[in-house]
Write a protein that binds this ligand. Structure first.
Ligand code: GLC
Length: 373
């Protein structure tokens, strides 16, 4: 099992590295690994980001710099974590003391959370302010953690909080239920990610575009730790690179395979077939497919004659008819921005040679996002 912290690239307008990661995750990891997103953002900003970017659904979401942990699609909060963070924490005292520092300007209301008070502070003032503030809050009996990220954000949290502590808490929980992951890979780019890399037995990747404060932390604290690398690739592409570097499992995204017709029955994997099918569908509509006759023939061979496609509306169609109906839309997205990805591809074997695979399919056409299947 593997945990993973995803990286979103705001300089990749087509989101290709994220889409490459998505295809790799869904085809090889979804079924036996845990995808954990860990973000500094509040639930409000995190949900906005998910509407803007082609992000998969994580199994666990850690938000607000490791002060909020939720599970599954419906984001059920971990109340044990909330109770733990309440110790030695008094938000009012933090507000009172920080108001005495004119260098601090409060971030938006959405980013102020029960266990997180966040400000902006100029880079050249940050170190002094952090020192003075730590002393003041200690004098008031609070045990806090002050984190500087992105060369501008200053977060104040309970000492036991933070992305690394949240991860350690989860690992402890998994261990208690005998479900400790075989490997854990943490990925990060800014100051609030540093503590992720200090958790024992965790592999770490600082993506190529990591912020100065994280690189400085690494130089001072973890330079000789072979379990942490600084990728040469940006964002999600850096994660794929790290999976390969640490030999954690397959690291070739199906999106990087140009000829999808390589299917062999002995390697049949239903999740991989679904990922490939929708990659083929994207390329088909963009008129970018190679070897399509062979691919379609292979596809029909792996989908048995009685196979059916069930739309969430309840409408059923035979898989062969669904494949045949592709003919009408060949190349209709040629030269246009058109991307397709699948999320939560979960196969269940229901017979000696049959699988029921549930998944969500997303399409993005130009600026517009369309239906969730
Ligand atoms: C995100 C949050 C912000 C926080 C920053 C660094 O940008 O929105 O509140 O200060 O991460 O942790």
């Amino acid at each position: 099992m593997r945990d993973n912290m995803l990286q979103v690239d705001h300089h990749d307008p087509e989101n290709l590295s994220l889409l490459r990661f998505n295809a790799l995750w869904e085809s090889n990891y979804r079924n036996n690994s845990l995808l954990v997103f860990s973000t500094g953002r509040s639930p409000t900003l995190y949900k906005e980001l998910r509407k803007e970017k082609p992000m998969l659904t994580p199994d666990i979401t850690i938000m607000s710099v490791g002060t909020e942990i939720t599970y599954g699609n419906s984001m059920v909060p971990d109340n044990g974590w909330v109770e733990f963070l309440n110790k030695k924490w008094d938000r009012n005292i933090v507000s009172e003391e920080t108001s005495k520092f004119p260098e601090l300007s409060l971030q938006s209301e959405t980013e102020q959370r029960p266990h997180k008070v966040s400000f902006y502070v100029q880079k050249d003032k940050a170190q002094d302010v952090m020192k003075a503030l730590a002393t003041r809050l200690q004098e008031r009996g609070l045990d806090v953690k002050i984190i500087y990220s992105g060369g501008m954000d200053l977060d104040i949290l309970p000492q036991g909080a933070g992305k690394g502590q949240a991860l350690a808490y989860l690992l402890k929980k998994f261990k208690a239920s005998n479900k400790l992951p075989v490997n854990t890979l943490a990925c990060g780019d800014s100051g609030n990610d540093a503590e992720l890399f200090s958790i024992p037995d965790v592999h770490g990747v600082m993506v190529s575009n990591a912020q100065e404060e994280l690189l400085q932390w690494h130089a001072a604290n973890a330079k000789n730790n072979p379990k942490i690398i600084h990728a040469t690739e940006r964002c999600a592409a850096g994660i794929i690179q790290a999976i390969g570097h640490f030999n954690l499992g397959p690291s070739t995204s199906p999106r990087d395979v140009t000829d999808l017709s390589d299917s062999k029955m002995e390697n049949f994997d239903p999740a991989y077939e679904v990922v490939k099918l929708y990659l083929f569908y994207e390329r088909w509509r963009r008129a970018e497919v190679e070897n399509f006759e062979l691919y379609l023939a292979n596809l029909k061979a792996v989908c048995c004659l009685s196979g059916i496609f069930v739309h969430p509306s309840g409408i059923e169609q035979s898989l062969h008819d669904a494949i045949n109906s592709l003919k009408t839309c060949y190349g209709d997205k040629q030269g246009k921005q058109f991307r397709v990805w699948v999320d939560q591809v979960l196969p269940a074997q229901i017979g000696s040679e049959s699988w029921l695979v549930s998944f969500k399919k997303w399409e993005q056409s130009g600026e517009a996002w369309s239906t969730l299947y």
